[in-house]
Design a protein around this ligand. Structure first.
Ligand code: PEP
Ligand code: MN
Length: 339
């Protein structure tokens, strides 16, 4: 259920209405859809009727959302969500390029990669300190030590930090360092994690689960939003199909479809999506044209020595070429809008 507020509603009146909603045991999520103010109501307890809401005098309409995913749907908010972090925007026309190693391996390497990312127009440094590895015997990440190195690299080059959180117990420590929390594909339906991230104040990059449908994906995003955090970035990173020639299959249909269904920004991670270095560039560019608002890529000075995901990781040279082509692709995409 959501409320469309009258244009004349004042800040104090909205505050009073939200207080009432919360007192009935519901959550209240205020958003601006273009110039229209709305309040999403979370929860389904009794004690909140259309009539009781209308008594407040600032309620234009009370509407139900037919879809299972509600507050992430275009039905609730038609205007694209633009997430602003330290002056940079995700979901607008700004170039969103999140690049870095799969894992933070040591201080020097992350600082060097940060420099390459910055020099080539990237504004976001990615890298894992807590790694979800298939084998317990593989490198598990440097933990807090890695977070420190990455924060230092981001501060030196004025980059925004994106790093994975795997466990609710690590949220507090990761929050001290990161600008954006990443939820990995394997945790897309870790509902305890999603709920806790819903209570944080930092944006969440939610990766699509290995076998998640578009509906599952949007429902996972809905969890984060329903628990209070409106700043969710979706990330298509390929799904498991019968095809084994590539690591995963990037669902380009899904990107275009998500753009129709949700107002949230979407980025493409063709590194995990393809698992193959040579495919990262064409698939990234294709997905940006299909609707993705930006890209995430893995990059390393010497991918063959990387401690994880070397096969899908770009060299510096390949990364530099991708950056140039990505900028051109975004310009081209913008030029299509006036046709
Ligand atoms: C990663 O970004 O390094 C990662 C593990 O991604 P995913 O969860 O998509 O596999
Ligand atoms: Mn990886």
């Amino acid at each position: 259920m959501y409320i469309v507020l009258k244009e004349s509603a004042t800040y104090e009146e909205i505050l009073k209405l939200k207080k009432f909603i919360k007192e009935t045991g519901h959550g209240a999520l205020e958003i601006l859809d273009g110039s229209i103010k709305k309040i999403g109501i979370m929860g389904r307890k009794s004690g909140l009727t259309k009539e009781s809401l209308k008594e407040f005098g600032i309620v234009e309409n009370v509407l139900q959302i037919a879809k299972p995913f509600k507050f992430v749907s275009r039905e609730f908010k038609n205007e694209d969500t633009v997430i602003e972090i330290k002056g940079r925007k995700i979901g607008s026309t700004d170039l969103v390029l999140m690049a870095g190693p799969c894992s933070i391996e040591n201080r020097e390497m992350i600082i060097e990669i940060a420099r390459i990312v910055k020099e080539n127009g990237g504004e976001y440094l990615r890298g894992g300190a807590f790694k979800p590895r298939t084998s317990p015997y593989d490198f598990q990440g440097l933990g807090e030590e890695g977070l420190k190195y990455m924060r230092e690299a981001c501060d030196i080059y004025d980059l925004l930090m994106v790093t994975e959180v795997m466990d609710t117990r690590d949220i507090e420590i990761i929050e001290k360092y990161t600008d954006i929390f990443q939820v990995g594909a394997r945790n897309m339906q870790n509902f305890s994690l999603l709920k806790e991230l819903g209570k944080t104040k930092k944006p969440v990059l939610l990766k699509r689960g290995l076998s998640a449908t578009i509906r599952d994906f949007l429902m996972a995003a809905e969890y984060i939003v329903a628990f209070g955090n409106k700043e969710v970035i979706l990330c298509e990173r390929g799904i498991r199909t019968f095809e084994i020639a590539t690591r995963n299959t990037v669902d380009i249909n899904g990107i275009a479809l998500l753009k129709e269904k949700t107002h949230l920004p979407i980025i493409i991670d063709a590194s995990h999506g393809t698992g193959k270095r040579s495919l990262v560039e064409p698939v990234t560019l294709g997905c940006v044209l299909a609707g993705a608002d930006g890209a995430m890529v893995e990059v390393h000075k010497n991918p063959s020595c990387a401690l994880s995901d070397g096969d899908q990781t770009l060299t510096f040279e390949e990364f530099i070429i991708l950056c140039k082509k990505l900028k051109k692709t975004l310009e081209f995409k913008e030029s299509l809008k006036c046709l």
